[in-house]
Design a protein around this ligand. Structure first.
Ligand SMILES: [Fe+2]
Ligand SMILES: [Fe+2]
Length: 166
């Protein structure tokens, strides 16, 4: 069985390693080779959480789950925006680094909040069976969207999202 919270933590660890790799990459081609797959993974991960984790949390989490979800969607938007901005620049230029650092800072802050807030809340309010069931859906989601196929990575209105899934 694959626990969705373990799969999410695996992705988070991959993000931290990816950003660290950027510190060692030199030159446009090397930076692009690290950043493009990392940015795509960040975007797919946020979509997967919005499709699978947060709808459950909004409905079954602690009383603060709506607010946690609102914060998370807002953070995902900031990370998406920074990734989109990075694509308007050539890797290694000042504008590119500014966008990538924006994504990195927003992501680091978001991972800490999500791990201590949303994921902890989810574990308190879900059975092992559900964690396995959502874990299977998580893997299926990645399988159905190889390279982000059919995903648009659009920002979502946090309040409307919470309302929709309540
Ligand atoms: Fe996450
Ligand atoms: Fe997230």
């Amino acid at each position: 069985m694959e626990d969705i919270t373990a799969l999410i933590l695996d992705d988070h660890a991959a993000f931290r390693r990816g950003f660290a790799r950027l510190d060692d990459a030199r030159g446009e081609a090397a930076l692009r080779a690290v950043w493009e797959p990392l940015a795509l993974h960040l975007d797919i991960h946020a979509e997967a959480e919005e499709a699978i984790l947060y709808p459950y949390l909004v409905r079954h989490g602690d009383p603060g789950a709506g607010e946690e979800t609102d914060d998370a969607i807002g953070d995902h938007n900031k990370i998406r925006d920074a990734i989109a901005e990075s694509k308007r620049h050539v890797p290694g230029t000042d504008g590119w680094w500014a966008a990538v650092w924006q994504a990195r800072r927003e992501n680091s802050e978001h991972l800490a909040e999500e791990e201590d807030g949303a994921l902890a809340d989810f574990r308190r309010n879900s059975s092992l069976e559900l964690r396995a069931e959502l874990g299977a859906r998580w893997l299926t989601f990645y399988g159905e969207h190889p390279g982000g196929r059919d995903l648009t990575f659009q920002d979502k209105d946090p309040k409307a999202y919470v309302q929709e899934h309540r």
